[in-house]
Design a protein around this ligand. Sequence first.
Ligand code: ASP
Length: 304
Amino acid sequence: MLQKGAIAVHGGIYKDEIPDIEETLIKACETGLDFLSSGNAVDAVEEAVKILEDDPHLNAGTGSYPNLLGEVEMSASIMKDDLSCGGVAGIKAIRHPISVARGVMEKTPHVLLVGEGANLFARLLGFESYNPVSELTVKTLKNSLKKAANEQNSIYAYYLEQARKKLKDLGLGTVGAVVLDNTGHLAAGTSTGGIEMQLPGRVGDSPIPGCGTYACRFGAVSMTGEGEGIIKLGLARRIAEWMETLSPQEAVNRGMEMAKEWNVTCGAIAINARGEFGWGQNGGNLSFAYLTVASEQPLLFKRL
Ligand code: ASP
């Protein structure tokens, strides 16, 4: 019987209404907690994020946003409170980027693998080729192309021409999880398809430890929002370290204020070594769920 353990997950930040992803968030929390009985915080993070990556409404794994060439390039990272971590960026044709990120953490001396190197590594680990394109991907690409057509920046003309050739007929919703396990260990993970209208090769905060994901002995954090700004501020690490003296809620609030001062729209979930939870956004609506071993029902964004 588990004595302690808590998990929180997010499904990204939305400018307007949050799509119908409640069930997926709850399932991700419940699956994560189930894994705590036989595993540890990292197993729980990986399994919860895999559920989120499989929901085509969410911008990670299946359903990821395509870049301006119409290709899906995904990113993910995972981190433990002993600072071991791994990430992949610009990975293609993979169902669960979070699992490949875990492979980088556990099977290599490196922290981050990108592009072709990440793809090759995934195949060597035995991950099969998978097509993550969904209806949402197609809708997003059409939308991106419309927006890019109005872009004054001439660089977009090249991408538009290439993408139009590809687009026959071919939501922000990055995902993440933070976990405290029964033995008191913390872990965090984040997975994304990136942002709308991203240039091929663009890498955001999600695969970078310290930016989109961080875990240390004080707390674990997963971020969503404007990746470029989150990288510049190194936000996940700041929020995690502030939990040495602040509650998760106070630490997240401080992070959101700091990001606002720099005009960075973002959201975060955080958990500390006591399993206390904090969440926040400084614009838009953050989707999340939080469940502890002791709670009967998950805390959900809509019920607040
Ligand atoms: N932070 C992600 C990125 O910049 C996007 C998101 O969270 O929606 O790639």
